[in-house]
Design a binder for this molecule. Structure first.
Ligand SMILES: O=P(O)(O)OC[C@@H](O)[C@@H](O)c1c[nH]c2ccccc12
Length: 250
């Protein structure tokens, strides 16, 4: 069983946050990413099973302070065992008034409630590990909580599990979460994703490929490791992305 399946199996033992700790109403990540120009979703994580460790920022708040002028949205890994995350990691980012995505292995309504109560604006649902029926149900539940969903996939064969919905953002993860290998097949999925208003490219964006990837018809780019290792790179990505500011990627 791979590490992601192990994580999902432990979900029933995850703590649930029932106290509402929000300091503001949800902000629509889909609206923010759907506006003109290339949008950056910058991610905070302390480590990952694919080998990342040692972010340049000692806390999500310090991370937010640095990237706030370049990020259009934040992403935070909250899974404790393999990413050293915590559901409360997003609280300190609310003050920046940008949408915050809870990156976790969500497969139940209770985790969406926890996400809302911990100040997040959007949740991640991974189609490679959830049946279409649960993708639909959990997307509907997030909508009832006024939250958006980043519905991501890697395996093109399961693309039809991605729901259409007014709160759905479609993401393509370049990393295969079953093997943890980076398999950037973005050229083959652009066509597939064309029916979604807001499209996000995730994982493995770095100095070797960012110019090429920014040219592609994605609205948002989810970037973690390369910026967490070298924070000033985010300034270069934002500048490169600004060359496309008058475009809306149809
Ligand atoms: O650190 P990277 O290669 O820039 O990747 C960020 C993000 O895309 C990645 O953390 C991610 C995308 N989808 C996920 C699902 C679960 C855990 C992690 C992820």
């Amino acid at each position: 069983m791979n590490v992601v399946e192990q994580i999902y199996r432990k979900n029933e033992k995850r703590n649930h946050v029932s106290e509402d700790m929000r300091s503001r109403k949800p902000i629509s990540m889909k609206n923010v990413l759907g506006a003109k120009g290339k949008k950056l979703i910058i991610e905070y994580k302390r480590e990952s099973p694919s080998g990342f460790y040692g972010p340049s920022f000692s806390s999500p708040e310090k991370f937010g302070d640095y990237v706030k002028d370049y990020a259009d949205a934040f992403s935070v890994l909250t899974e404790p065992d393999h990413f050293a995350g915590n559901f409360t990691d997003g609280l300190s980012l609310q003050k920046f008034e940008k949408p915050i995505l809870m990156k976790d292995f969500i497969d139940r309504e209770e985790m969406i409630e926890t996400s809302y109560n911990c100040g997040f604006d959007a949740i991640l649902l991974i189609a490679d590990f959830l049946p279409a029926s649960r993708m639909e149900e959990l997307t509907g539940y997030a909508e009832s909580m006024h939250m958006d969903v980043l519905a991501e996939f890697h395996d093109r064969e399961i693309f039809d599990r991605i729901p259409q919905g007014k709160n759905v953002i479609c993401g393509y993860n370049r990393r295969n979460l079953r093997t943890l290998k980076m398999e950037g097949n973005e050229d083959q999925v652009v066509e597939l994703m064309a029916g979604h208003e807001v499209k996000v490219l995730e994982s493995g964006l770095d100095r070797s490929n960012y110019r090429r990837l920014l040219k592609m018809p994605f609205d948002g780019y989810l970037i973690g490791s390369s910026v967490l290792k070298e924070p000033k790179f985010v300034i270069e990505i934002k500048k490169e992305g600004s060359d496309y500011d008058d475009e809306r990627n149809e």
